[in-house]
Design a protein around this ligand. Structure first.
Ligand code: ADP
Ligand code: MG
Length: 679
């Protein structure tokens, strides 16, 4: 860790006069020093040489080496952003793109969105003319290839966290390989935190072989030993267990004997909030002379300001505890961590091609994830990793996490590939080919939705338009059918509200209870989508006030985002001549329109209070946050927005429907295929 005091002293000796007149430069000097202390700094010339010489440079270095924050700056300083060129760095996660851009803007001395900016879906903090270093999600850069097929404004593209093999990282690699054939001056950097770089090297070195096509640079990191502690049995409730472990660790020797911050890995916002709540109950019992505990959350639902909190160094006599999703595994580095608590679980997107149901699944992490998580404890000093599972669990873990492309719904990405002019999916150079079954399902779905031609599987007019809209196919379908159902006004709002999550906040220390009461004020009989509509309309009616939001347990940030998303989607609507009429309170029309997009997610209520999915006959539990949690819908049928598997399968954001509305969409399709099998 840096000692701001000491760098200040040194600076004062040599540049005292400057310091007094411009105190701002103290931060600059210490940031500069921090930059030079990173392991990657010594390799700067070597890196720049490789990038100059080779088309593709694969950089392997430990998390925290400085890949993400430093490499784009080195390129910038070396002139790669001259003549209006832009240096792009992609991230699989939105939170990483925003927090890293914020940090780099500071280091460069730029306002965020000026020289250094970021672009994530529905949020653009970059300037068309001035931005030179652009952090963006991999999905956004992929989208950009539809508008600018050669990505001509970029001189260097860094695909960061490539080892994670996110869906759009894989798709981008395929497209970038093609682009480089047409535009060899484009430089690629593939950066990875794990050693398995040979696969990327093979991928880029393959036919036809070119001299100086690709190279690998390994940068040794600093790593201190990490001791591993296991539980003898898997934790019954790893959230509670994680809190217990942190508490015991803190209380050892009255909290005085062990210094160092703690990083806890859980799977999502709800678990993190539950852990925060458990801490809030424990904290008052902390002996007055014991060091303080500063417990912070890190997940995608936080505002940028809240995210940045976790990077603040701990004050003296305080231990920082960061409770995070997988984002802290490799995407962001928090200095000063000496203890890691690993739940052993992660939440992942999964698609079952047999039922065509997509869900978020909480499942055991891979061996390489476990290693990576443990490594977070040894960056600044020797550390300890507490694994909330027994050593035997390591034997059953998969070696590494499977590439996302092999396990998600490919409907939207395949439409996008088609829109890029990649008609022959068999010829596309996949890094890992997706399962044929998923590709066929996606093609079928697109043909049935009229987005690909039935005969030739080529993009139709409507398919081309839908591919441009930054929402999934189902949501796009709803926007288009709103013309028929005359409810564009309301559908736009609903599409925006489901795109932002976390509209309802859980006020400190009272999980559920107050939010629940507040939610009821907006509740509609028909279910959650219309409830969200009411919330949005009330937000507008009461002047988009943040005070109004906090008194109703609503997130001002999420609702403001919904307003902005709605405005962006509305632009697409008018571009494609879809009227935004109001349904004038006719909920039936509106719900039929919802079904046009979500018919694949139909479910029927059964007597024990659970539902069965129309496809696959899966048992579904209603998520407790749904307004239909305790109530049977009159018709007995619903469509749902999202499915999540933890110990049981839960559905959230439900709307009551009539079963025959499903027939209009799904049934023809299901019947046809039940008879003839898949073709
Ligand atoms: P890598 O990409 O190799 O994992 P990074 O470039 O993300 O490494 O991080 C390099 C250093 O920058 C780390 O020591 C980290 O603590 C610091 N850093 C990154 N983001 C922030 C931030 N938002 N605030 C403070 N320090 C940061
Ligand atoms: Mg990084």
């Amino acid at each position: 860790t840096t000692a701001p005091g000491s760098s200040l002293d040194r600076a004062t000796e040599s540049e005292g006069a400057l310091l007094q007149s411009a105190p701002v430069s103290t931060t600059f000097i210490s940031l500069q020093e921090q930059r030079e202390r990173l392991p990657i700094f010594k390799y700067k010339q070597q890196l720049l040489y490789a990038i100059e010489t080779y088309g593709v440079t694969i950089v392997v270095a430990e998390t925290g080496s400085g890949k993400t924050t430093q490499l784009p700056q080195y390129l910038y300083e070396a002139g790669w952003a001259a003549n209006g060129n832009v240096i792009a760095c992609t991230q699989p996660r939105r939170v990483a793109a925003t927090s890293v851009a914020t940090r780099v803007a500071q280091e460069v001395g730029s306002l965020l969105g000026d020289e250094v900016g970021y672009t994530i879906r529905f949020e653009d903090a970059s300037d068309k003319e001035r931005t030179r270093i652009k952090y963006m999600t991999d999905g956004m850069l992929f989208r950009e290839t539809m508008v600018d097929p050669l990505l001509s404004k970029y001189s260097v593209i860094m695909i960061d966290e490539a080892h994670e093999r996110s869906l759009y990282t894989d798709l981008l690699l395929g497209v970038l390989k093609k682009i480089r054939r047409k535009r060899p001056s484009l430089r690629l950097i593939i950066s990875s935190a794990t050693l398995d770089a040979s696969m990327f090297l093979d991928y880029f070195s393959s036919s036809p072989p070119q001299p100086f096509e690709a190279t690998v640079l390994n940068i040794p990191g600093r790593m201190y030993p990490v001791e591993i502690a296991y539980l003898s049995e898997p934790a019954e409730d790893y959230v509670r267990e994680a809190v217990r472990v942190v508490w015991n660790l803190h209380m050892q020797g009255g909290g005085k004997s062990v210094e160092g911050d703690v990083l806890v890995f859980l799977t999502g916002r709800e678990e993190i909030e539950r852990a925060l709540y458990e801490f809030s109950e424990l904290l008052p019992t902390l002996p007055p002379n014991a060091p303080r505990l500063n417990v912070l959350a890190l997940h995608a639902g936080l505002s940028t300001a809240d995210q940045l909190q976790v990077f603040q160094p701990s004050e003296r006599g305080t231990r920082k505890v960061v409770i995070s999703t997988n984002i802290a595994e490799a995407s962001v580095t928090i200095d000063g961590i000496r203890f890691v608590v690993d739940s052993g679980f992660v939440k992942m997107r999964m698609f079952n091609p047999t039922t065509s149901l997509a869900s978020l699944v909480t499942q055991p992490i891979s061996f390489s994830s476990a290693t990576q998580r443990a490594g977070r404890a040894g960056r600044t000093a020797p550390g300890i990793c507490y694994r909330l599972y027994p050593p035997s669990a390591m034997d059953t873990m998969p070696k590494s996490t499977s590439p996302e492309i092999t396990r998600v719904d490919l409907t939207t990405p395949i439409l996008q590939l088609k829109a890029l002019g990649i008609d022959d999916l068999m010829k596309f150079e996949w890094v890992s080919a997706p399962p044929a079954e998923s590709v066929l399902r996606a093609l079928e779905a697109l043909v049935n939705a009229g987005m690909l031609g039935r005969e030739d599987a080529r993009l139709t007019d409507i398919g081309a338009k839908v591919a441009e809209v930054p929402v999934d196919i189902g949501a796009a379908r709803m926007l288009w059918s709103s013309k028929e159902f005359k409810c564009g006004e309301e559908i736009l709002t609903i599409a925006a509200m489901v795109a932002v999550q976390d509209v309802f906040v859980i006020p400190d220390g009272a999980p559920g209870a107050m939010a629940e009461l507040e939610r009821r004020k907006f509740t509609t009989e028909e279910g959650d989508h219309l409830t969200l509509l009411n919330v949005y309309n009330a937000f507008i009616k009461f002047g988009k006030s943040s005070r109004w939001c906090s008194s109703h347990a609503l997130s001002f940030r999420a609702l403001s985002r919904a307003v902005s998303i709605r405005a962006q989607l509305k632009k697409y609507m008018s571009r494609f001549d879809i009227p935004t009429e109001s349904c004038q309170g006719d909920s039936q029309r509106l719900r039929r329109c919802l079904v046009s997009g979500m018919w694949r997610n139909g479910a029927k209520w059964v007597a024990d209070g659970t539902y069965r999915s129309v496809r696959g006959n899966v048992t579904l539990h209603v998520h407790p946050t749904s307004v239909l949690f305790t109530r049977k819908p009159r018709s007995g049928w619903v469509v749902f927005h999202e499915m999540e598997e933890t110990k049981k399968t839960q559905i959230r954001v439900l709307t009551e429907i009539e079963p025959d509305w499903l027939l209009e969409y799904g049934h023809k399709y299901l019947d046809k295929h039940a008879g003839e099998g898949r073709t």
